[in-house]
Design a protein around this ligand. Sequence first.
Ligand SMILES: [Ca+2]
Length: 207
Amino acid sequence: MNIRRGIIVLLTGLLTSITLYGFIGIKEPIKEMNAANLKVVEVPEQTQSMEHPDFIKAVYESVLPEGENIAMHGKVSANSTSGVYAPRKVIDGNVNGPSYWEAAKDSYPNLLTINLKEAVPVHGIRIRLCPLDLWGKRTQSFSVKTSDDGEYFKELIPLKAYTFDPKEGNEVILIFDTQQTQYVQLEFTSNSGASGAQVAEFEIYSK
Ligand SMILES: [Ca+2]
C-alpha cells in the first residue's frame, strides 16, 4: 500500500509540475486567427536559383561557329595511327568510347587532314575529345593549315598550346576569317595526356 501511495504522490507531483511549467511557459496568449492578423507574403519567383551565387556551379556551353559541320562529308587521313584509333573516327559524329584518332607513339609531328572534296568557304573548326572527366585535362599543341591541292599547305593559324578541359567540354573552338579551301590540316607537336595527338571529332564549319 505504501508503494502504491508513493507512486500516486509521485504521479500527482509530476502532473502538477507539467501543468505549472505549461502555464509559466506560455508567455503570450495565443492570438485568434482573423483577417487582421494575417499578412500576405509575396512568394519569390521560383524560376531562378535560390542558391547562394558562390555555390552555383558554372555550366559550360559550347559557342559553335555559325553554319554546319561539313567535315563529315569529307575524307580524312593521318600520317600515323596508334592501333585501332583510326583517323576515320574523327568524322563519325561520336565523341565517346574508342571513337577517336590517336597518332603513333612519339611520332611528332602528327598530321590530321580532311579533304572536303572541293574548295568551299570555311570559317571555324572545333576539335573535340570525349567530355567525360575520365579524359582528364590536357594540353595539345597544334597549328592549322589549308591547301587547295593536298600537296602544298599554307599556315592559317600558327602553332599554339591549347587546353582541353572536361570542365569546359574538352574541346577547342577556333573561328577565323573565311577561307576558300579544299583541305584543312592540323599539325600536332605535343600532347600532355598521351604519347601522340588525340582527336575524337574534327569539325569544320561552313555557311
Ligand atoms: Ca569520333
